[in-house]
Ligand binder design. Structure first.
Ligand code: AMP
Length: 377
């Protein structure tokens, strides 16, 4: 690593962010607090990120001239969602430092690459097979058994692009429906909980890992995160360790979330890597001195990472669609709740519009009844 690469960006520098969603918005707000400017690049005008950034470019990810102008206007480039085309980051890399780099994006854009990578990084995963043809699917089911989950390998999110196979009759229709191919078949995991841990890695290779949290979904979209996850201490530690292992194995400069399943015996299986701030880390905005967004900014700007310690326990509630927005008037008047809204023009069903963090005394969540933790959320 060159000494220039390790030098922190001076105050007033500009961080370029690919993607204009809420993750870019909250990163830009955190960057502003540290004295940086952000330049958001996204195809959609008036995106949540652009509303709070010093500069923006509305252009396609394939627009080479716009990308070159963007690179010339920023000091470092990062991204806020991993479906930015790898070619876009590859085009930017010769023009500006990109943190994380395109190789990280490539691993996380493809579930086959991702699963193989997790195994190499020492994180156990459910048995899996690549499925290119219907014959591959039959062979994979013969090897793995049923039930199993068939997924697209690219561009899947929030449970889209997958099918649970329970009986032999389920194979053909699921194979016909899911595209693009190849697909991946995974053993169905009889998990008792879904957890995630967020790890940042700085330019100097130091790690900062937040406490693992338990995630609950509704209609395949994250609904609640409980911070910290109520796990045996060894399991909670293993979750954090796995997130750090992945960040190190990727050579990440930035921040990632590792989603994992908890098995009945307390062991963990890795499921997905998101190489950017993550919905399951929003609790850090109000329960830690430095949020995941600040930590992301620190990593890409080459600043020292902050202490990821939790000063409160927290429950994060996502505000999804009109139903989520309807909670807003109540949330803004509830003591102990920090509400966040993303500035989206339309409250379409299934759209993440904001979230609220209920802050609880440190250590209190472990023995708290869910009805108490969730009252008013
Ligand atoms: P994913 O898109 O991989 O994050 O999956 C979305 C959700 O589907 C997860 O949060 C789980 O609830 C469920 N799921 C995914 N993979 C499996 C699996 N192999 N076994 C059981 N449930 C799964």
């Amino acid at each position: 690593m060159s000494t220039t690469a390790a030098k922190p960006l001076p105050p007033g520098s500009t961080i370029g962010i690919l993607g204009g969603g809420q993750l870019g918005r909250m990163s830009a707000l955190a960057a502003a607090r540290l004295g940086y400017r952000c330049h958001i690049y996204a195809p959609e005008a008036d995106s949540p990120g652009m509303q709070v950034a010093a500069a923006h470019t509305v252009a396609a990810y394939e627009d080479a001239a716009a990308l070159a102008r963007f690179a010339a206007a920023v000091d470092v480039v990062t991204f806020e969602f991993e479906n930015v085309p790898a070619a876009t980051l590859a085009a930017l890399e010769p023009l500006a430092p990109c943190r994380p780099g395109v190789q990280v994006l490539r691993v996380c854009q493809d579930r086959l690459e991702e699963k193989a990578f997790l195994e190499r990084a020492g994180v156990p995963v459910a048995p899996w097979r690549a499925v290119h043809t219907e014959a591959d699917l039959a062979a994979a089911v013969a090897a793995i058994g049923l039930p199993a989950v068939l997924k697209t390998t690219r561009l899947g999110y929030d449970g889209r692009g997958q099918a649970v196979l329970r009986r032999p009759e389920d194979l053909a229709p699921a194979f016909a429906r899911l595209s693009p191919r190849p697909l991946i078949l995974e053993a169905f995991v009889p998990f008792v909980a879904e957890v995630s841990a967020i790890a940042a890695r700085g330019v100097d290779g130091t790690l900062a890992v937040y406490d693992a949290v338990e995630n609950r979904h509704r209609d395949h979209i994250l609904d609640l995160s409980f911070a910290p996850a109520r796990l045996a201490p060894a399991t909670a530690e293993a979750a954090r360790r796995h997130a750090g292992q992945v960040a190190e194995a990727l050579g990440l400069v930035g921040l990632l979330a590792l989603e994992m399943f908890v098995l009945p015996d307390g062991s963990l299986l890795g499921n997905e890597i998101a190489p950017r701030p993550h919905n399951s880390g929003h609790w850090t905005m109000d329960a830690c001195l430095a949020s995941q967004f600040e930590q992301h900014v620190r990593a890409v700007a080459g600043l020292p990472l902050a202490d990821p310690a939790r000063h409160h326990d927290a429950v994060m509630k996502n505000l999804v669609g009109p139903e989520g927005l309807a909670l807003w008037p109540q949330l803004v008047r509830t003591p102990g709740v920090a509400p966040h809204l993303y500035g989206k023009a339309e409250a379409r069903p299934g759209r993440k519009l904001g979230h609220a963090n209920r802050i609880l005394p440190l250590g209190s969540l472990a023995t708290m009844d869910d009805s108490v933790a969730l009252a008013g959320l």
